[in-house]
Design a binder for this molecule. Structure first.
Ligand SMILES: *[C@@H]1O[C@H](CO)[C@@H](O)[C@H](O)[C@H]1NC(C)=O
Ligand SMILES: *[C@@H]1O[C@H](CO)[C@@H](O)[C@H](O)[C@H]1NC(C)=O
Ligand SMILES: *[C@@H]1O[C@H](CO)[C@@H](O)[C@H](O)[C@H]1NC(C)=O
Ligand SMILES: *[C@@H]1O[C@H](CO)[C@@H](O)[C@H](O)[C@H]1NC(C)=O
Ligand SMILES: *[C@@H]1O[C@H](CO)[C@@H](O)[C@H](O)[C@H]1NC(C)=O
Ligand SMILES: *[C@@H]1O[C@H](CO)[C@@H](O)[C@H](O)[C@H]1NC(C)=O
Ligand SMILES: *[C@@H]1O[C@H](CO)[C@@H](O)[C@H](O)[C@H]1NC(C)=O
Ligand SMILES: *[C@@H]1O[C@H](CO)[C@@H](O)[C@H](O)[C@H]1NC(C)=O
Length: 650
């Protein structure tokens, strides 16, 4: 019983005792009717109040609030009446008549018994009518619409619908509703036929899913007969939009989710993504359809090559195959600066002496600036230079006059449009000066040749070079050579003389202390390695390091055990650790280390070899390690204090 079309024919009911108005209502034979009590709104003022329906003043048909269940459900503020929810209507006080027949015609009295006031009567005179014809809807081509929908139609379409109802009865209404609202009533009526026509001109998006109903109604308490359809449309998208939150920067190689939202596309579009000229694989995005919206989420990890390329989101409507709906954005692909060096470089600063530190980073795009922060949080900014020959390399130099407060850590950070460098380049500002003495090893390979390898130490803050001076016993300078790397190769060494070498490093700020190495000569024992070409007789240089303590210890040690030029006759196949080198010379490998000895303090004798052997119960034991200061009992103790100078003993 929807709101439309309840006509009350009010008659002054002189026949009844009370002055009760009689309302004439019509119901359709063969269908259900629902008689409202009064205006359909009844307020019961207590649990003992009730509504009683009586027919023809005799038969009690229905009482509402008539048993415990109803009483318990009573709510004092409740107004009973027709409530309709999602199409089905309900009124507890109404009287429902099923399959109305001629017997149901007559007078119905609805009496509302109040608890605290006199009862009120409502009287209905129910008349019966025959059903109107069922409505039928035709399109402009006079085709019956049967499927429940029309379309899909496009925007701007013009549609005409004609509803026809065969009816001979008076007072039958034929009308249209659109989405529940009445829009048109029948005007033209031929004999026995009611017609209502509607037109949709220049269809808009509003027609999408519009629900059109044609209704035929000739009764007051019986639902009308209806025919209906829904309009289907196909619509181009109103918007295609790549959502990037105004941030077009893509960190190279870093995956980022990009959403493309397509609004108002019907049917839901399929979405493709394109980067530059390449269509991206469909597996990398997923689509979500939510009525009006279709969202495609793409996980994109572009490379630097994709920089300044267009990312395109394209929506495809299957009904509009020739139209292109897309949105494009130009990607900025890059990365924030990072430091090229993992080291923490030392800077040797001298008060008041200008110092320059250079910071080199990789970045794309170019950094805007470099910032330098000292230990005391003082921050300076410097400009950017491109490093030629590299695509993404930039540098910046800071030159300043150091002060005491500058000692400590100095960090450098570059910033580009992707942000500030996360891990800074770091430097340690320490007091500068002359270099520290290098650590040197004497390696000699050939007669008359001296090779010295030096490992440079801290340079004091300025480039250093290593010096080697060789003097003879009389103090006469024989050689004075320098090498920035500290690698020396001196020929014309007179083997027969006891020489002294001085090694030191220097920079513009001064020179380090000298290391003194005494080079003394001896004649080698003859070697008899089986089939190898005889090792030429040579003068063997054994270097002694200036480390006086080591020398003292060496001298003090009494049980020096050397298995060097051991009697290979004794252990013919004992040579796993004697491997030939490319130069044909045998070396103990891989790490036979021994301490420098002062020639003349070591007796290489059979007796001592025997002493050595005695330490090993089960020959062949590959070697007897010679350890200065580790005499006798712990020859294999690797943790024996090592002295600074070591050399291979051939
Ligand atoms: C009370 O109502 C219940 C259901 O609402 C029904 O089953 C029962 O028969 C009624 N009792 C009386 C006395 O009418
Ligand atoms: C719909 O009707 C209007 C006005 O009558 C006309 O201008 C328009 O071209 C028609 N549209 C179509 C698709 O026929
Ligand atoms: C149809 O609608 C479009 C836009 O919705 C409008 O531009 C056009 O003028 C309309 N045509 C008619 C005939 O109403
Ligand atoms: C679809 O989206 C458009 C634009 O946001 C809005 O105007 C329209 O009301 C929406 N339609 C529905 C059914 O949500
Ligand atoms: C060796 O040469 C350097 C310059 O290269 C010089 O400074 C140094 O005094 C020389 N050494 C001797 C002992 O003359
Ligand atoms: C080298 O020094 C050693 C020991 O000091 C000495 O015995 C030897 O004769 C010296 N050699 C030369 C050639 O002076
Ligand atoms: C070398 O050995 C001989 C004989 O055993 C001994 O007299 C001499 O003192 C030893 N020399 C050294 C430096 O130990
Ligand atoms: C090596 O020598 C050190 C010190 O002399 C000692 O503490 C350590 O126990 C020795 N290790 C072995 C394996 O003999």
């Amino acid at each position: 019983m929807l709101s439309f079309g309840l006509w009350y024919f009010v008659i002054a009911a002189a026949s009844t005792a009370a002055d009760t108005e009689v309302v004439v209502l019509r119901a359709v034979r063969g269908r259900n009717a629902r008689l409202p009590c009064g205006q359909g709104k009844v307020f019961l003022d207590g649990p003992d109040s009730y509504v009683l329906w009586v027919k023809n003043e005799r038969d009690v048909l229905y009482r509402f609030l008539n048993n415990e269940t109803d009483n318990r459900a009573f709510a004092s503020d409740r107004v009973y009446g027709t409530t309709c929810e999602s199409g089905s209507c309900h009124d507890d006080t109404a009287l429902l008549l099923k399959h109305v027949s001629d017997d149901d015609a007559g007078t119905y009295r609805c009496r509302v018994h109040y608890q605290a006031s006199p009862s009120v009567d409502h009287v209905v005179d129910l008349k019966l009518v025959d059903s109107p014809g069922a409505p039928k809807i035709y399109n402009e081509n006079n085709e019956l619409i049967k499927l429940g929908y029309v379309g899909p139609i496009s925007l701007g379409a013009n549609l005409t619908f004609v509803c026809k109802v065969a009816d001979d009865q008076p007072k039958t209404l034929v009308y249209w509703r659109r989405n529940g609202a009445v829009i048109k009533r029948a005007e033209a009526a031929r004999s026995g036929l009611l017609i209502a026509e509607i037109r949709v001109v220049n269809a808009t998006r509003n027609e999408l899913d519009a629900h059109y109903e044609c209704l035929a109604q000739n009764a007051d308490v019986t639902d009308p007969l209806t025919a209906s359809f829904v309009v289907k449309m196909f619509l181009p998208p109103m918007r295609v939009e790549i959502r990037l939150n105004n941030n077009l920067n893509f960190e190279a190689g870093q995956p980022r989710v990009v959403d493309c939202v397509v609004v108002g596309c019907v049917p839901p579009p399929s979405i493709t993504w394109h980067l530059g000229d390449n269509m991206l694989r469909p597996s990398v995005h997923k689509e979500l359809h939510d009525g009006n919206y279709t969202v495609s989420s793409l996980t994109l990890a572009p490379s630097l090559r994709d920089n300044k390329h267009d990312l395109t989101c394209r929506a495809h409507n299957s009904h509009l195959p020739n139209d292109l709906f897309e949105n494009k954005v130009k990607l900025n692909v890059g990365f924030r600066p990072f430091c090229l060096s993992n080291r923490q470089d030392d800077v040797g600063a001298v008060h008041g002496e200008a110092e320059t530190v250079t910071c080199v980073v990789e970045a794309s795009p170019e950094p805007m600036q470099f910032s330098w922060t000292f230990a005391d949080s003082k921050t300076l900014y410097t400009s950017v230079k491109k490093v030629s020959g590299h695509n993404h390399r930039y540098m910046s130099s800071l030159t300043w006059k150091p002060r005491e407060e500058d000692l400590g850590q100095l960090v450098c950070r570059a910033t580009n449009s992707f942000g500030e460098q996360k891990r800074p380049c770091t430097y340690t500002i320490t007091p500068g000066g002359a270099p520290i003495s290098p650590e040197c090893v004497v390696i000699r390979s050939y007669p008359n040749v001296l090779r010295v390898q030096c490992k440079k130490a801290w340079n004091g803050g300025r480039p250093q070079t290593v010096h080697l001076e060789i003097v003879d016993e009389s103090g006469k300078l024989l050689h004075n050579v320098t090498d920035p790397a500290g690698h020396f190769h001196v020929t014309d060494i007179e083997d027969e003389r006891n020489l002294t070498a001085f090694v030191y490093a220097s920079n513009v700020r001064g020179r380090s202390q000298s290391r003194i190495m005494r080079l003394q000569s001896m004649k080698p024992l003859t070697s008899s390695v089986s089939d190898d070409p005889p090792i030429p007789t040579w003068t063997r240089w054994l270097e002694a390091v200036a480390a006086g303590i080591a020398v003292a210890v060496a001298i003090a040690s009494t049980a020096i055990c050397i298995k060097a030029f051991k009697s290979r006759e004794d252990f013919p196949d004992f040579s796993p650790d004697l491997v030939p080198r490319p130069d044909g010379v045998f070396h103990r490998e891989p790490d036979f280390t021994r301490e420098e000895r002062v020639l003349g303090t070591t007796n290489i004798t059979v007796n001592q070899l025997a002493a050595c052997q005695n330490q090993y119960a089960t020959p062949p034991v590959p070697s007897c390690r010679v350890m200065v200061g580790c005499a006798g009992h712990t020859p294999a103790n690797d943790s024996c204090p090592a002295t600074t100078q070591q050399s291979y003993f051939v």
